[in-house]
Structure formats: C-alpha cells, structure tokens
Ligand binder design. Structure first.
Ligand code: DC
Length: 229
C-alpha cells in the first residue's frame, strides 16, 4: 500500500489526537502531536523563568531556543510516542492548565514556529505519517494527500477537556476551561504567523454529534479511498 501524509488541523479539544492515534495504529503510521511540541517549548520557557502569567522575557527566550531539544519516544504500553524535552519525558506536565494558558503566547513567535516546522517536515520525509496541529495542511505539509479540518462547539470541547483533567485528578472548573478554549481559539486564529485556517482542500469534520466510532469510520473511508487512488 502506498504511504501518504495525513494532516489533521482544527481548534483545541476537537479530538484531533484521538483520531490521529487511531489512524496511525490502524495504518502502522507514525503519529506526531505538534501541539505537544509547542507545549514542551512553553514548559521550557516556564521552567527557565522566561514566562509566567505576569511577564514574558521574549528576546531572552528566543536566544535560548537553540538549547531546546525535542524528541518523540514510542511508549509500547500506551501505543503512541511521548514527547521528551532535553531527554526528559514531559508528556504529563505539558497537559496542565498552566501550560495551556501560556502556550498561545509562545506559539505565536515566528522563531519558535520556524524551528518546530523544520523538525516536523523532517519527520514526514518518508511519508507514512499522521500529524495533527493548527498549520499542518497549510504550512507544514501543503501537499499532504489527506487534509482534515476538525471542529466542534466550544462548549462540547470544554466539556471534553474538563472531563479529561478531572479524570486525571486536576482541580479545575468547567468555566475556566471554557474561557481557556475560547481565548485560545481567538489567539490561534488571529495570530499573524500561520493562523489556524482551513486549507482550501481540507475536508471539514464537525464531530459535535458524532460518536468516536462514527467519526473514525467516516475518516478511515476518506483515507483508504485516497491511498487506493
Ligand atoms: O493541540 P493543542 O491544544 O495541544 O495545542 C497547544 C497549542 O499549541 C495551541 O493553543 C496552539 C499551538 N499549536 C500551534 O500553534 N501550531 C500547531 N501546529 C500545534 C499547536
């Protein structure tokens, strides 16, 4: 079977990573969560004291980008690759609300985007990859064979993220998650460099009222048709 690139973009918490992982497992493709890369860079900025809710020493941070090394290492038990920041597994840490609240500020920096996009393009050089993010079909792989644009209502997405965080034992309220989702939608889609926009040739998947199974069936059919053509 010929190998292709599958680009999945969309707003936060639209279930991009769930379907991307399902596809990668079924097709034996590599799955890359680019949001995890922006989150890991944000965590680095927090840990080194470049950013907090009160300040952002942007110029100093940009000078330090060269010290950031990101890698994905496959976890057999989980069935997907986890992100490592300078050799340390940060998969859990990057999902906190603190990181979610600061990640948009870090991901709007062109120097950050340039560094991560280059690494992402390298990862797709042999195809056989499912990548999810905001600019995959528009900037990272404009020639991807399949482009999906996922969407769902802000309330549905906030509820999903709320359930996920509560399930992990985090203390958060639904209202603060909804506020974060709406704020990130706004920053992600209005930033100057690589805003979240649907590629002209992307297929829109609104999963507000789809079960996971229904969604997967729909997307898998699209992908297989493309592979066979
Ligand atoms: O997919 P996510 O919610 O984990 O992504 C976290 C943030 O990273 C999101 O608010 C926007 C940013 N991001 C981006 O700018 N470009 C990408 N390709 C992926 C994520």
């Amino acid at each position: 079977m010929r190998k292709i690139i599958i680009a999945i973009d969309g707003f936060s918490s639209t279930g991009k990573s769930t379907v991307a992982k399902q596809l990668a497992n079924k097709l034996h493709y590599i799955y890359v969560d680019t949001g995890a890369m922006y989150r890991a860079v944000t965590l680095y900025a927090m840990q080194k004291g470049f950013i907090s809710n009160e300040f952002f020493y942007k110029d100093d941070f940009i000078l330090n980008l060269q010290h950031i090394n990101l890698e994905f290492k496959f976890n057999d038990k989980l069935g997907y690759a986890e992100v490592h920041l300078n050799g340390i597994n940060v998969e859990t840490k990057i999902r906190s609300l603190e990181v979610s609240n600061l990640v948009s500020k870090v991901s709007e920096i062109s120097e950050v985007r340039k560094k991560l996009v280059e690494q992402q393009q390298q990862m797709g050089i042999h195809k056989g990859i499912v990548m999810d993010g905001r600019d995959i079909g528009t900037v990272v792989f404009p020639d991807a064979e399949v482009k999906l644009f996922m969407t769902a209502s802000a309330e549905k997405r906030a509820k999903r993220r709320y359930d996920e965080l509560i399930g992990k034992g985090d203390i958060v309220t639904y209202d603060e998650i909804l506020e974060n989702v709406i704020k990130r939608d706004h920053i992600d889609s209005t930033r100057e460099d690589s805003p979240l926009v649907k590629a002209d040739d992307a297929i829109v998947i609104d999963n507000s009222d789809l079960t996971l199974e229904e969604q997967f069936e729909k997307i898998y059919t699209i992908v297989i048709e493309k592979i066979n053509n």
